[in-house]
Design a protein. Structure first.
Lengths: 112, 113
């Protein structure tokens, strides 16, 4: 079945630093989604990517759809305390769009 | 416009019991998906309901069942609870089957003792 592996598993950074994380898939898909989950909340969609090579920004967040169509990257510039949380990549099924498959997650912690 | 709401927020049950979790979809949304999120993992798809019919199911046993009502709210029922059913159960609604427009609720945290 479809597997999404994220790295790193966790990150400890200082406020103001830039963050990079990635996600790799065992299969080729046409869509990459990036979600953030705050403690005690459900995931919230940050960025959606639909085309190989696509680079999309949402404020300080930038995500790229890898040209191999098997990977994606999320960068956060000048991190702030509210960036703390778990970041998930996700993909819809290739047929029917009836479910999302989520990655293993990257937990971001900001050290004061 | 109200977002996705779930009830209860927390629940404690014992092995073998049955549980019902509830979800109210966002206004105008006719599709509800349920996910199980074990501690430290990403959400796992359980099933989806579209216009009151099941539309896709993940790798979960039949003791996980669901319903969608005419107002598009939904229930997740789990029979014969097992310890491994302890997890955060997330409901997500969307206006149709375009998955990138799913909106998640805060979840129900279930603990099975």
């Amino acid at each position: 079945g479809q597997q999404l592996n994220q790295s790193p598993q966790s990150m400890f950074i200082q406020e103001g630093e830039d963050v990079s994380m990635n996600c790799t898939s065992s299969s080729i898909f046409n869509t990459w989604l990036w979600y953030k989950q705050d403690p005690g909340e459900g995931p919230v969609l940050l960025i959606a990517l639909y085309k190989a090579g696509e680079l999309t920004s949402n404020g300080r967040l930038t995500a790229q759809f890898g040209i191999t169509r098997k990977d994606s990257f999320l960068n956060i510039s000048a991190s702030i305390p509210s960036d703390v949380g778990i970041y998930f990549c996700a993909q819809p099924t290739n047929f029917g769009n009836e479910k999302l498959t989520f990655g293993t997650g990257t937990r971001l912690t900001i050290i004061p | 416009e109200t977002g996705v709401t779930q009830s209860p927020t927390h629940l404690i049950k014992t092995r073998g019991q049955q549980v019902t979790l509830r979800c109210s979809s966002q206004s105008g949304h006719n599709t509800v998906s349920w996910y199980q999120q074990a501690l430290g993992q990403g959400p796992q798809f359980i099933f989806q309901y579209y216009r009151e019919e099941e539309n896709g199911r993940g790798n979960f046993p039949p003791r996980f069942s669901g319903l969608q009502f005419p107002n598009y709210s939904s229930e997740l029922n789990v029979n014969a609870l097992e310890l491994d059913d302890s997890a955060l159960y997330l409901c997500a609604s969307s206006a149709g089957l375009a998955q990138e427009t799913q909106y998640f609720g805060p979840g129900t945290r279930l603990l099975v003792l």
